[in-house]
Design a protein around this ligand. Sequence first.
Ligand code: KIV
Ligand code: ZN
Length: 507
Amino acid sequence: MPAKTAKYIRIFDTTLRDGEQTPGVSLTFEDKIEIARQLSLLGVDTIEAGFPASSDGERKVIKEIAKAGLGTEICGLARANRNDIDAAIECDVDAVHVFIPTSPVQMKYAVNLTPEQVVSATVESVEYVKKHGLICEFSPMDATRSELPFLKQVCQAAEKAGMDRLNVPDTVGIMIPRTMNKLIEDIKTVVTVPISIHCHDDFGMAVANSLAAVEAGATQVHCTINGLGERAGNASLEEVVMALHMIYKLKTGVNTRLLYSTSRMVATLTGISVQANKAIVGENAFAHESGIHTRGVTVKPLTFEPIKPEVVGRTRKLVAGKLAGTRGIKAELEEIGIHPSEEQLKEIVQRVKDLGDKGKLVTDADLLALTSAVMGEVIAEEKVVDLCDLAVVTGIKVIPTASVRLVLDGKEYIAAETGVGPVDAVLKAIQKLTHNLAKIRLKEYRLEAITGGSNAVAEVVIKVEDEKGHIVSARAAREDIVMASVEAMINGINKCLIKSRKLGNKK
Ligand code: KIV
Ligand code: ZN
């Protein structure tokens, strides 16, 4: 280990900012709060909660995260101008991450500024943040394509103006470990503040480059859960952290046992699923198929397992199955920071056993999906809408038709609808009945088969929107796609109705 490597590496999580810039991702207010809470439990040092100047909605959620008392540094991103910095200050964040391009191509074509203007905007912005008593992290954007003498000049000017940390972005991911190592060494000759690294994965080297920066003396790494982020994404937090702990023997504040549940939560809420063979959190990361491997790991796990699965909140393969008891499932969930109530635990165990009875292998992903569905359900006493009965018909020469019997505010109603398929028909029938209570519409519907096979557990995540534009998300997990869809829809409608009634809008 090079002598310049620090013992503790800060983890700056940007899932809610760069991660949310992943094409196709748009998180609701509730999603962002849920993820921020989880990141704080996970133990990251900084949560970059968003880009305050981008919209009113963004400011609202960043403010909420900042006042949630998470005990984690909350940061807002700002371009190097007063408006953006004021927007971040307005959110009561602890730190402002100021950025400005320093490469010739971006200075000219992205912001149309001369190098002199870039230096003066840097100095003014850093001074302005410090004048307001906040932590200032500064990023010369596209640092890795900037001319080194100019990059050094900007960094020195930012340090003189009072920046607390210097972040070095490899904005378009063009570095390799050797060039990254050299660049950090060069920058270290002109600045004394802690150095941070922010790598993109365009050539699949974000994690390797981040580690090379640490070897050269960087003491903070920007990362995202599941490696989400612009284009090919950012350095994946779970990979960076595990490599730092296990290969480099360095410390971070991350509780690695929560890595898998955090990854699942982010995959579910963003709708960006994790590839099966992804390190640490992919479905196959702890699965063994060939005879030699399975025999080896059964006798001595170290034969084919460089990481103990439980260290990252995983199990080797099935644990929860037909024979799993309440205590075993409770312990397994508690180990990864999930604490269901007694009622919820009973329901989770029941669902696991139901699957086991059908001869299905219950993987850790199945268990987590079932658990988050049960825990996210609206509890019985609060339900405004409940399902009594349901029938669907579908076939080659049959128009898919569904009939549902629901209890709405204590009274029973029946409706039937047709659709392009059984799920469409049943969701339309439910909406037909609940339309009189509130005009709630389905905004987004996502279906994921957790594990392979036609008997896979299907996880359905929906977003519904009420007349006032409030969006809530809900989920359900069952082996039956129609049932999972119905449960998720009814959960979403209940959440929406309960929320608006609590706000005093009783219909
Ligand atoms: O990739 C990048 O350069 C960024 C900056 C805002 C730091 O995300
Ligand atoms: Zn970035």
